[in-house]
Design a protein around this ligand. Structure first.
Ligand code: PEP
Ligand code: MG
Length: 761
């Protein structure tokens, strides 16, 4: 069964358009389940489920059989959102007879809902002449097909692939839903980026100079041929002639029309070499995939391998080097910080990543750059959007592909509203972040690249609360030298002096990979990351700390922050090493002060040892991104569980209160540097706890200041205590929203909400 399913999935992936997909599914399901009828009904997004494809019922009924919500057995399946399995459908009270279908001959009925992200898109039905219930294996099979079909339909609807049957068309141009990664609205064109030598991820791309492109392809093929020849020569001593024949077969394939001529033909039609190659390989794989022979299957894998080798040469040739014109929206399966860094910031309009979430580092980086981003847009059809116009709604996590004019207009209106609000908030720049009863909260910026220093300065930040030093490490091809690091840190320290700048020691691992320091782990977030790596590599840690200390010479505004602390030993060892580096520099005649050293509390274990940590550190900084992730057992990058990732979860709030109270008891300042500090609701609670500072992305500083200046600390404390009465994060959010409304500040949350639904109505 698994093989059948796999084959169907592959055929579906190769099909052109939704109509072909539906026809293929009804045909394959009917044949493989040995039933008499298979049909697909889809929701028209208004009022009806419509028969869109059938194999077994009279074809004239396609498009004409329409069932209202809850009407008939199809309505029953959709309404209950579960399988209905009947040996005699006509006996069921919900049964509605449509004479044009001829279905009276098929009394047994099995219907499963097609559900995508909790909404019912349609119903998949099989029927049989023999009046007998379907068995559980058949149910399981149909449920699996429906689950596959759901994402295909969602994709198709998103790219505007509507099926037109007479006057009937399915809703098209719906947005792709993802997570709000970085606020703002972007208008631009998709530039699909993908990891090297990943054939499946290569998009189609139109080119004009097909002659040159063909030559590039021929060159790549000939380079692979040379490589294989070298391999064969090297192996001559160790392989028999028979075994070497495999490589001869490779050579033959490389010269074959199937591979070369077909790709060249596609290039002549205007696709670029990489896209043409992907299509050729896909076709090749499909042609042989129906063959069950194990030997043939192996050969198919060989072809894929050849495809990857050729692609890798195409990429090296620079033909796949991306062009990022003004208004580029970076789209990919997983957009990494390195990919982001490749684009000139003035040309980068937005980011859409199929994977990742709000607290992914690329989202954090996008916020630092003030570039709208949507993360976890799992349904983004990346192979088909390269070059297409997109609207990225980073407030609500939506992407529109080739948006209709009305949607574009609504978003343009919103942008104007947003600009007006920003202009208003800019007036606060010189005013202190002080409550109405005189309580001051320091507002710092989170940075990580030189590029975001100037937005941070112009936002009125009182310094840098978190400088993520891993970003300069991530965009290089090797560890930066001590001198390079010194220079980078000095630039930031100088830019903000005399305002404080907190440099965090290298925090890689988890979702932050260094291309030149790969870490392969089953559970990277529970593995070797942050301080765990740097303490295991004193040669990296000491170089970094020395660079930080040297950068601070003559300026004196630097603090050091230690990430991912789980035990007091880690703090003791790290401080010992910082002291050692300090002494070494003093011995070398460099006069510098020992800086303040802070500890990040972002692992739940650290929460209950804050007193011990605070005794050792000069300040505590709470990393709410990781703390929420570990406390709630929710991967911060996984869009599937993103709705569970809630910094207003009552447990997160209580844990923060424990930390703040322990710091106050120890007389040490407590800062919040996770994304929670930029949440207009959460800020009320943090204010109520009496935290000393918030460190947020530069773009959020004016909003946070506006809120702080409109409340008294006493009032915030009261709000915090009232929040504790709620048992759900969502209820706390609603409560805090009502508080903002009462103070006339809900505009801060509402601005940026395009009301597309209302507009359609
Ligand atoms: C955090 O975990 O809250 C934090 C600020 O660190 P990062 O997001 O870089 O892991
Ligand atoms: Mg962290």
């Amino acid at each position: 069964m698994l093989n059948i399913l796999r084959r169907i999935v592959e055929e579906v992936n190769a099909a052109q358009g939704l109509e072909q997909v539906l026809a293929l599914i009804v045909n394959r399901v009917k044949a493989n389940m040995a039933v008499d009828v298979c049909s697909i009904y889809l929701w028209d997004h208004k009022s009806h489920y419509i028969l869109m494809a059938t194999d077994g019922l009279h074809l004239q009924s396609v498009g004409s059989v329409r069932l209202q919500h809850n009407q008939g057995l199809v309505g029953l399946v959709a309404g209950r959102e579960e399988t209905v399995n009947l040996h005699n459908a006509t006996e069921n009270p919900s049964y509605v007879y449509f004479p044009e279908t001829g279905e009276e001959q098929y009394p047994s009925f099995l219907g499963v809902p097609i559900i995508h992200k909790r909404s019912v898109l349609g119903v998949l039905v099989v029927q049989r002449h023999e009046p007998r219930k379907f068995d559980t294996d058949q149910e399981a099979f149909l449920i699996t097909v429906a689950a596959q079909l759901a994402s295909v339909i969602a994709h198709a609807e998103a790219v505007g692939d509507s099926i037109v049957l007479g006057n009937l068309s399915l809703a098209a141009g719906k947005p792709i839903y993802g997570l709000a990664g970085a606020p703002g609205v972007a208008f631009g064109n998709a530039v699909v980026v993908y990891p090297p030598a990943d054939l499946d991820a290569v998009p189609d791309r139109q080119i004009t100079d097909t002659q040159a492109e063909q030559l590039v392809f021929i060159d790549a093929v000939s380079s692979v041929r040379d490589d294989l020849q070298k391999l064969t020569d090297n192996l001559r001593q160790v392989l028999s002639a028979e075994e070497r024949a495999l490589f001869d077969a490779y050579q033959l394939m490389l010269g074959s029309d199937a591979l070369v001529e077909n790709t060249l033909a596609r290039i002549r039609e205007g696709n670029w070499a990489s896209g043409a190659l992907r299509k050729t390989i896909e076709d090749y794989v499909h042609a042989f995939d129906n063959v069950q022979d194990a030997y043939i299957k192996e050969r198919v894998e060989d072809v894929r391998d050849l495809g990857r080798r050729i692609l890798s040469y195409l990429q090296k040739s620079g033909r796949s080097g991306y062009q990022f014109p003004k208004g580029s929206i970076l789209v990919g399966d997983i957009i990494t910080a390195t990919m982001l860094a490749e684009v000139s910031i003035k040309n980068l309009a937005g980011v859409v990543s199929r994977r990742g979430s709000t607290t992914s580092h690329v989202a954090i980086l996008a916020r630092a750059f003030n570039v709208p981003a949507v993360m976890g847009a799992a349904d983004m059809p990346i192979a088909r959007v390269d070059g297409q116009p997109l609207i990225v709604d980073g407030y609500q996590g939506r992407v529109y592909i080739s948006p209709p004019d009305a949607v574009t207009q609504e978003y343009r209106r919103l942008r104007v509203e947003e600009d007006e609000l920003s202009a208003e908030l800019a007036n606060l720049k010189e005013l202190p972040a002080q409550t109405t009863d005189g309580f001051s909260v320091h507002l710092y910026a989170n940075t990580g690249l030189i590029a975001d220093v100037s937005p941070a300065l112009s936002s009125g930040a009182e310094g840098v609360g978190l400088y993520r030093t891993e970003f300069p490490f991530m965009i290089r091809e090797r560890f930066p030298s001590e001198d390079e690091q010194t220079q980078i840190y000095r630039q930031v320290l100088t830019a903000f002096a005399p305002r404080p700048v907190t440099l965090r020691t290298l925090d890689v691992g988890g979702d932050k990979a260094l291309p030149y320091f790969p870490i392969e782990e089953e559970n990277p977030f529970l593995g070797w990351r942050g301080i765990r790596i740097t303490l295991d590599h004193p040669e990296i840690f000491l170089v970094q700390v020395r660079a930080m200390l040297r950068a601070n010479a003559g300026i004196g505004n630097m603090r050091i922050l230690l990430p991912m602390i789980t035990t007091v030993d880690e703090v003791d060892t790290a401080i010992r090493m910082i002291r050692r580096a300090h002494h070494e520099l003093l011995d070398n005649g460099i006069t510098i002060e020992m800086p303040e050293v802070g500890v990040m509390v972002e692992v739940p274990a650290a929460v209950y040892q804050v007193a011990s940590l605070a005794k050792r550190a000069d300040f505590i900084s709470v990393g709410t991104n990781d703390l929420s992730q570990y406390l709630l057992a929710v991967d911060r990058n996984n869009p599937r569980v993103a709705s569970l990732y809630d910094c207003l979860h009552p447990s997160v709030i209580r844990v923060l209160m424990i930390i703040v109270a322990a710091c106050k008891e120890a007389g040490k300042p407590v800062h919040i540097c996770g994304e929670m500090a930029a949440d207009p609701y959460a800020v009320l609670l943090l204010l109520g706890m009496g935290v000393d500072s918030l460190s947020v992305n530069a773009a959020s500083i004016p909003r946070m200041k506006y809120i702080i200046r409109n409340f008294s600390q006493a009032n915030a404390e009261e709000i915090l205590h009232l929040s504790l009465e709620y048992e759900h994060g969502q209820s706390i959010r609603h409560f805090l929203h009502s508080v903002l409304v009462e103070h006339g500040l809900d505009g801060l949350v509402h601005a940026g909400r395009a009301n597309i639904e209302a507009m359609k109505a």
